[in-house]
Design a protein around this ligand. Structure first.
Ligand code: CTP
Length: 408
């Protein structure tokens, strides 16, 4: 159990803070909500008190003997401000202490995560961007807002990310500190494939696999949080797009291949985390295969699919990193890492993220553990943790190899 301060400032997205609060308490954390006076125009203190089980105050004149404005910040393990309005970011950047939340921000020794939400114009204004840069320079994590429908008919960057995404990233910071989400991918273009391809047999049946796409989703979410411009080529994943990420849906290996080649143009990093079918049925029946019919199949002939990872390696320009994934089991011919090293050499990629699937431990699970092998002979162990924590470890290994002259 950790002590989390949930700061809420006065924007319409404040209602989503109640869901975030719920996610934190369900994860077992003790949450103290510190709204600004403006936030209470949108959500009543009673809602935050009932959901957190803790008192809610907005100013420094309540609980004076407790010296709340100092104690709340000093004793927190993590401060998350969601939503962070343009005004809150400005006051935090200026170091003001005109309400309990900003006073708390000045006394907090722990990691601080700001989750901005505001109208697009306010987000893009140089004053706001300068304030964000100042807060990041001081070590705070500032997540990019999601793109989409805002209050009213307009849309653009400014939406609060989904509470579940914020909670997942907050957990990464809680475990690894603010250094788990540095802004090291700012200006980098990242293309990630995720999910599992489906190879049709007839209009209703397909050959598929058990990949859930969860690790690819976490990679996209964490890359966006670390500043990257992210495209997610998603094979049959039924999940909402992570914030700040463009999703390109695909079905078959062939569609994934076409999308990856198109999206890889201009990319600094390409990550193949999708489970691509190695084979597809040689022919696809135009109508449903029926039992007892003249066309009832007795066997399925398969043909090889192209190796997309190998193609991306062969076609890459200098400076682009290509990262592969491998699900391996140990056997009489060698252990997991021996097989993985051979695969890294065979595929020719820069990094290979290795999952040990011997005990059926990965598919659909919320936790993972990997080893990141480098073509330079390195091996980085990323310990068991949430898929977001593992994604953070993978990006740290990738970030260390990015061409410093690259990016925009
Ligand atoms: N991959 C790909 N295209 C394929 C198959 C796999 O791009 N047709 C990519 C996967 O996305 C992953 C990596 O290759 O990044 C590892 O795939 P895997 O199937 O484990 O490799 P194989 O060479 O097929 O190894 P094995 O002989 O163990 O099946």
């Amino acid at each position: 159990m950790s002590r989390i301060v949930l700061g809420v400032s006065g924007g319409v997205a404040a209602y989503k803070a109640a869901l975030l609060l719920r996610a934190f308490t369900e994860a077992g954390h003790d949450v103290r909500v510190v709204p600004t006076p403006g936030a209470l125009h949108f959500v009543g203190a009673a809602t935050f008190e009932a959901l957190s089980g803790n008192p809610v105050t907005t100013d420094v004149w309540s609980d004076v003997p407790e010296v709340a404005h100092v104690r709340i910040g000093q004793t927190a393990d993590l401060v998350v401000v969601a939503p962070a309005t343009a005004d809150l970011l400005a006051r935090a950047a200026a170091g003001r202490a005109d309400d309990l939340l900003t006073a708390t921000l000045l006394t907090a020794h722990c990691p601080v995560v700001f989750v901005p939400a505001m109208h697009t114009e306010m987000w893009l204004h140089p004053a706001t961007q300068d304030n964000v840069a100042t807060l990041r320079r001081r070590g705070a994590v500032v997540l990019p807002p999601a793109v989409g429908r805002l209050t009213g008919p307009d849309s653009g960057p400014g939406r609060l990310p989904e509470p579940a995404d914020i909670a997942a990233l907050a957990a990464v910071v809680l475990d690894g500190g603010a250094g788990a989400l540095p802004q090291d991918l700012t200006g980098r273009r990242v293309v990630i494939s995720a999910g599992g391809t489906r190879e049709p047999l007839d209009p209703v049946r397909y050959l598929g696999n058990r990949s859930s796409g969860k690790q690819g989703w976490a990679l996209a979410r964490v890359a966006a949080a670390r500043g990257a411009d992210v495209v997610l080529v998603a094979a049959n994943v039924d999940a909402p797009a992570p914030f700040g990420v463009r999703v390109v849906p695909v079905g078959t290996a062939e569609e994934l291949r076409t999308a990856m080649h198109a999206e890889a143009a201009g990319a600094d990093v390409v990550v193949m985390s999708a489970a691509v079918a190695d084979f597809r049925p040689a022919g696809v029946a135009a109508t449903k295969l029926k039992k007892g019919s003249a066309g009832e199949p007795t066997a399925v002939e398969l043909v090889r699919n192209p190796d997309v990872l190998a193609e991306l390696v062969a076609g890459r320009p200098p400076g682009r990193l290509v990262v592969g994934f491998a699900a391996e089991t140990g056997d009489d011919d060698g252990d997991v890492l021996t097989h993985a090293r051979a695969k890294l050499a065979r595929k020719g990629c820069d990094l290979l993220v290795v999952n040990d699937v011997s005990a059926g431990q990965v598919f659909g699970r919320s936790e993972n553990a990997v080893v990141v092998l480098g073509a330079d002979g390195s091996a980085t162990e990323v310990p068991r943790g949430s898929k977001d924590a593992v994604a953070a470890g993978i990006w740290t290994a990738v970030g260390a190899r990015l061409d410093p002259a690259g990016g925009r």
